[in-house]
Design a protein around this ligand. Structure first.
Ligand code: DHB
Length: 310
């Protein structure tokens, strides 16, 4: 079985969408809901609806994807209404609401709206959008992360985790884990896209997306080794009460197996879901079951976090 538990909730399947993919509106979320995915996360909601950056702003590539969406979303009340309907329609499932404020006050405002609603699920606070012109990725400002989490856990008491950008230095893993361990986080989700890559079309000698002169977040095959390193680095360092969601480069059941071996309790699919659509969850689930059967594993806890060293 590929079932899992996160934040005290049971999920029939460890696979779900990554925020930003197949989760912009009810039509997309309905498709994930109708698939084999264990649950869904919404597009990161802001206080006000946003149209995002100019198009084209997402381009698949041979080895993954580049995007500079700019947080297009319908605004938090839209997603809270949708989740509320799903909670009533399928009450035995738990859903994720992604949010991202443009400052601490907005984070607080978003969490106040969630508290005032009938939302019963898990909040994923996105600290890592790389694509809003002039706004740095919060996750790279360590003091700011500590300030935000201090405020967040003062005002919000439901299950909440953070979506982090990838880190590339062992000292940064140490420093970020020390900050995260101060707080009652339900989970850490690693990784968001590798920020501000550049994909070029040689024939036309042009960039492939319009915003920011073609710079954008990189996903897919390019980022799997970085994602696995971040998942395992946090698995090694975090208080065991803080679970890990693994995101980055998952396009097969074996990729998911690797994330789980590194310590992930849940796995999210972005670039490959965008390419293949929610039917992908059937293949991924079957392939993960096959990988497990070949090794004699019957449940994720048989191998979760059990990566061997030389
Ligand atoms: C957006 C893109 C990302 O890769 C991300 O992590 C968050 C937000 C966006 O541009 O909407």
């Amino acid at each position: 079985s590929t079932e899992t538990t996160l934040a005290g909730y049971h999920f029939d399947n460890c696979f779900m969408n990554a925020a930003g993919v197949y989760c912009y509106d009810a039509a997309e979320l309905n498709q994930v809901q109708a698939s084999m995915a264990g649950t869904f996360v919404t597009k990161s909601a802001t206080v006000m609806p946003r149209s995002g950056n100019p198009e084209p702003r997402y381009q698949p590539t041979r080895l993954g994807s580049i995007n500079s969406m700019g947080l297009p979303n319908e605004g938090l009340p839209y997603y809270l209404d949708y989740v509320s309907q799903q909670q009533k329609a399928v009450p035995d499932k738990t859903y994720f609401q992604s949010i991202t404020g443009f400052n601490i006050e907005e984070d607080e405002q978003l969490l106040a709206q969630i508290s005032a609603s009938d939302f019963k699920g898990v909040v994923e606070l996105n600290l890592s959008c790389p694509n809003v012109p002039g706004k740095p990725q919060t996750g790279y400002d360590f003091e700011m992360v500590e300030r935000i989490l201090t405020r967040v856990f003062t005002v919000y008491h439901g299950p909440l985790g953070v979506k982090l950008p990838p880190y590339f230095d062992i000292v940064h893993f140490d420093q970020m884990a020390a900050i995260l361990n101060q707080f009652p986080l339900a989970f850490v989700n690693s990784v968001n896209s590798i920020g501000n890559g550049l994909k070029i079309d040689v024939a036309t000698e042009r960039v492939v997306i319009k915003p920011k002169h073609g710079f954008g977040g990189i996903g897919g095959d390019y980022i799997k080794p970085t994602a696995l390193a971040n998942v395992h680095a946090f698995y090694q360092r975090l208080n065991p009460a803080i679970q890990i969601i693994g995101t980055g480069g998952i396009k097969s059941g074996q990729d998911a197996f690797e994330h789980i071996l590194c310590g992930a309790s849940m796995v999210q699919v972005g670039t490959a879901l965008q390419k293949e659509g929610p039917i992908i969850f059937e293949r991924l689930t079957r392939e993960l079951q096959t990988s497990m059967a070949q090794k004699g594993y019957t449940k994720l806890s048989d191998f979760r976090g059990k990566l061997q060293y030389l």
